[in-house]
Design a protein. Structure first.
Length: 630
C-alpha cells in the first residue's frame, strides 16, 4: 500500500493546475470541495481569454469598418482628381487652358482631402499590420504624390502654358516667332522637373497586393504617366525648336527622304536628298534631288564589318542608297552628309541631318492639312504613307518617283512650320517622341547642346546605348531589290521571364515576319523583284541584325520557317548576330530567343527596330511576372 500511495502522490505532483481528466477520474479531486467549486476555481483564465478575444474581434470589426469607409472616401476623392487630370493633356488653346485652370481649386481640394484622410491615426496604425500594411502605406504614398502634384507642379506648369497660348507664335511673314519659346525654356524645365519627380515617386511605391487597391494604383499610374509624357514632350519640343530654327544664326540641314518599303536598318533606301535653311524662325525649303544624282559620287562606309554581313545575296555598295544599313543613325547621317557635300548642292558643311519617311510626312499632314501634288494627287493624314510606299510604284513612272518624294517632303515640312500656333505646336510635341522612338524621324546636329538633347531623347538612335535603360535591337535589310517590305508585317512579343538575383532581367522575344502578298498579278518587277540572286519573285529576303542590350546577352535562338542560323559578327565596334530570312508569299519566319539585360538595368526592356511601313510598331510587352524596383 505504501508503494501505491507514493506512486499516486508523485503523479499528482506533476500538475500544478488542473490534472488531466483521466487522472482526476481515477484519483479523485485534490481537495474535498464538491465538484461545482472545482469548476469555479480552475476555469476563470479560459473565460477571460474568451471575453478578450470577443472584444478584440468587435473592436477590430469597428475599426476595420471605419477604415473601409475612409478608404472608400479616399478612392472617391482620388478618382475625382484623376478625372480632372485627364483634361491636362488636352490643352491646345486659351479656351482649353481656361477650362483646366478653373478646375485647379477643385483638384487641390480633392487631393488635399484624400491625403488628410489617408494619414489619420487609424491609417498609421493599420500600416503596421503584416501583409496588408504595405498596401495601406502605398495608398498613403499615392495621396501624397497626387496632392503634391496638384498643389505645386501643375500650377507651375500651367503658368508657363498660359504665356505660350497667349503669345503670337507666327509673324506676319509666316516665320515662327521664337521669343515665347525661348522664354519658356527658362520656366518650363522647373515645372517639368516637379512633374517627373512626382511620377518617379509614384512608380517607386510598392505595387499593392489587394485587388481593389492594385486596380486603383495602376489607374493612377497610367494617368500620371500621361501627365508626365505630356509635359516632357512639350518641353522637348520647346528645347529643340529655337536652336533648330536658327535662334542663334542661320542653320542649313540636309534632309534625307527614305522609304521603309525597301528596308534598311536605320530606315530605308534613301530616295532623295534636299535641304532646309532656317534663320531666326524663317524657313526656306531647298530643292530635292533623286538618288540617281548621287550614285556616281562614290561610296561612303564609315563602319567596319559591313563586308562580312552585307555581302550576300545582295552586296551593299554603300552608295547613297545603302547608308541606312547601319543601325547607328549618327554613322548613317555622317555618310549622307558626306555624299551631299560631294554633290555641289551646298556651300560648306551642313549643320545637321534630318531623316524623314512617308509615315512622318503622313503624321505631319494630319497636323498641317492635306497637300495637292503637281500631278493632282491629294495627300492627307491617312493616305500619304500608302501612296509613297506602294501606290506611287504602280501609277507613276520610275523616272518621276523620287521627284515626287521630294515634292511631298518639301511641301509637308514647309506647311508644318508656316502659321505655327500653340495648337499645332502641342500636336507636334505629341507625335515627335513616338516618331523618334519608332525611327520615322531621326536627326543629328553639329550644335553640341542640341545633339545632347537628341541623344538623350532618342532622336539619334543607336544600338546598345544604355545599360540602365536596356534595348534589344532587331533590324531588317531588304536583299530583294524591290519594294516588298510594304507587304511584310512584322510583329514582336517581348515577355519578361524572370528578375534575377544579380539585378538583371531575362526576357523571351518572338519576332515574326509575315508576307501578306498572295499573288504578284498586276505588280511590276520594281515592286516584287526580278528574281535575281536566286530570290523568288514576290518573296522578301531580309538580312536580320540582332543586338543584345548593353552589358547583356542574347541566347537560345530558335527559328521557325526559312531562316539561316544566326552568326556572330561585329559591326561598327558592336557585337551582334545576323541571319538571312526568306519569306515567301503567304509564309512567315519567326525568331525566338532569350535576352538577358545588364545587372544595372533599372527599366523594362524595350525593342528598337527598323521602322515599319505604318505607325503600328507591332510590338507587345508583357512584364507582369515580376517588377523592377531600383
Amino acid at each position: 500500500m505504501a508503494r501505491s500511495t507514493r506512486s499516486s502522490n508523485s503523479a499528482a505532483a506533476q500538475y500544478r493546475g488542473n490534472p488531466p481528466a483521466a487522472y482526476a477520474m481515477s484519483h479523485g479531486p485534490r481537495h474535498s470541495a464538491p465538484g461545482p467549486l472545482v469548476q469555479k476555481r480552475h476555469h476563470p483564465v479560459a473565460w477571460i481569454v474568451l471575453i478578450l478575444l470577443v472584444l478584440l474581434i468587435a473592436a477590430g470589426g469597428f475599426f476595420g469598418f471605419k477604415l473601409y469607409k475612409e478608404a472608400k472616401q479616399v478612392q472617391i476623392h482620388e478618382q475625382n482628381a484623376l478625372t480632372i487630370l485627364k483634361s491636362f493633356k488636352g490643352i491646345k488653346s486659351t479656351d482649353d487652358l481656361a477650362t483646366v485652370s478653373n478646375q485647379i481649386p477643385s483638384l487641390q481640394k480633392e487631393t488635399a482631402t484624400a491625403e488628410e484622410i489617408a494619414h489619420g491615426n487609424l491609417w498609421t496604425a493599420a500600416s503596421k499590420i503584416p501583409w496588408a500594411g504595405s498596401d495601406i502605406s502605398t495608398v498613403q504614398g499615392m495621396t501624397e504624390v497626387v496632392n503634391d502634384l496638384s498643389q505645386n507642379a501643375i500650377p507651375s506648369y500651367l503658368k508657363t502654358i498660359e504665356a505660350l497660348t497667349s503669345a503670337d507664335l507666327s509673324t506676319t511673314d509666316g516665320s515662327l516667332n521664337l521669343r515665347p519659346l525661348i522664354a519658356a525654356q527658362k520656366t518650363l524645365p522647373n515645372a517639368d522637373k516637379l512633374i517627373q519627380a512626382s511620377y518617379k515617386k509614384y512608380v517607386s511605391l510598392s505595387t499593392p497586393q489587394i485587388g481593389l487597391i492594385k486596380d486603383a494604383y495602376l489607374k493612377g499610374e497610367k494617368q500620371l504617366k500621361e501627365v508626365s509624357e505630356t509635359s516632357q514632350s512639350l518641353l522637348g519640343t520647346i528645347n529643340i525648336i529655337p536652336a533648330f530654327l536658327g535662334s542663334d544664326g542661320s542653320k542649313t540641314y540636309v534632309i534625307a527622304s527614305v522609304t521603309p518599303a525597301e528596308a534598311r536598318s536605320s530606315g530605308g533606301l534613301v530616295g532623295s536628298l534636299g535641304s532646309m535653311t532656317a534663320n531666326n524662325g524663317k524657313i526656306s525649303m531647298g530643292t530635292f534631288y533623286p538618288n540617281k544624282n548621287f550614285q556616281h559620287l562614290g561610296y561612303v562606309n564609315k563602319s567596319s564589318g559591313t563586308g562580312q554581313i552585307f555581302r550576300t545575296p545582295l552586296h551593299f555598295s554603300f552608295d547613297i542608297r545603302d547608308q541606312d544599313a547601319i543601325p547607328d543613325f549618327a554613322t548613317a547621317a555622317e555618310g549622307i552628309s558626306t555624299i551631299w557635300q560631294r554633290s555641289g548642292y551646298t556651300n560648306g558643311t551642313p549643320d545637321g541631318v534630318l531623316q524623314i519617311d512617308p509615315v512622318f510626312l503622313q503624321e505631319v499632314n494630319k497636323i498641317s492639312g492635306s497637300i495637292t501634288l503637281n500631278n493632282g494627287t491629294k495627300l492627307t493624314g491617312t493616305n500619304t504613307a500608302e501612296y509613297l510606299e506602294n501606290t506611287i510604284y504602280k501609277e507613276v513612272p520610275v523616272s518621276q518617283q523620287d521627284l515626287i518624294f521630294g515634292e511631298v517632303a518639301a511641301r509637308s515640312v514647309n506647311n508644318l512650320f508656316t502659321g505655327m500656333n500653340f495648337k499645332k505646336m502641342t500636336a507636334l510635341s505629341k507625335i515627335l517622341p513616338n516618331l523618334g522612338k519608332s525611327r520615322h524621324f531621326q536627326m543629328t546636329s553639329n550644335d553640341s547642346v542640341t545633339q545632347k538633347y537628341l541623344d538623350e531623347n532618342g532622336y539619334t538612335p543607336k544600338p546598345q546605348s544604355s545599360e540602365s535603360s536596356p534595348t534589344v535591337g532587331i533590324y531588317t535589310n531588304q536583299n530583294n531589290a524591290s519594294k516588298m517590305d510594304w507587304y511584310i508585317a512584322r510583329t514582336a512579343a517581348v515577355s519578361r521571364s524572370s528578375c534575377n538575383s544579380d539585378g538583371s532581367q531575362t526576357y523571351h522575344v518572338k519576332y515574326t515576319l509575315k508576307n501578306k502578298l498572295t499573288s504578284i498579278s498586276g505588280l511590276s518587277s520594281y515592286i516584287v523583284g526580278t528574281g535575281n540572286k536566286g530570290i523568288t519573285v514576290g518573296s522578301a529576303s531580309e538580312r536580320m541584325l540582332f543586338y543584345a542590350p548593353a552589358g547583356g546577352s542574347i541566347s537560345n535562338f530558335k527559328i521557325t520557317g526559312t531562316g539561316s542560323t544566326p552568326e556572330k559578327a561585329t559591326l561598327n565596334g558592336s557585337n551582334l548576330f545576323h541571319s538571312l530570312a526568306s519569306v515567301s508569299m503567304g509564309q512567315s519566319v519567326a525568331y525566338d530567343f532569350d535576352v538577358t539585360t545588364s545587372s544595372k538595368a533599372t527599366k523594362d526592356l524595350i525593342l528598337d527596330q527598323t521602322p515599319t511601313t505604318t505607325t503600328d510598331t507591332g510590338i507587345t510587352y508583357t512584364t507582369g511576372i515580376c517588377e523592377i524596383k531600383k
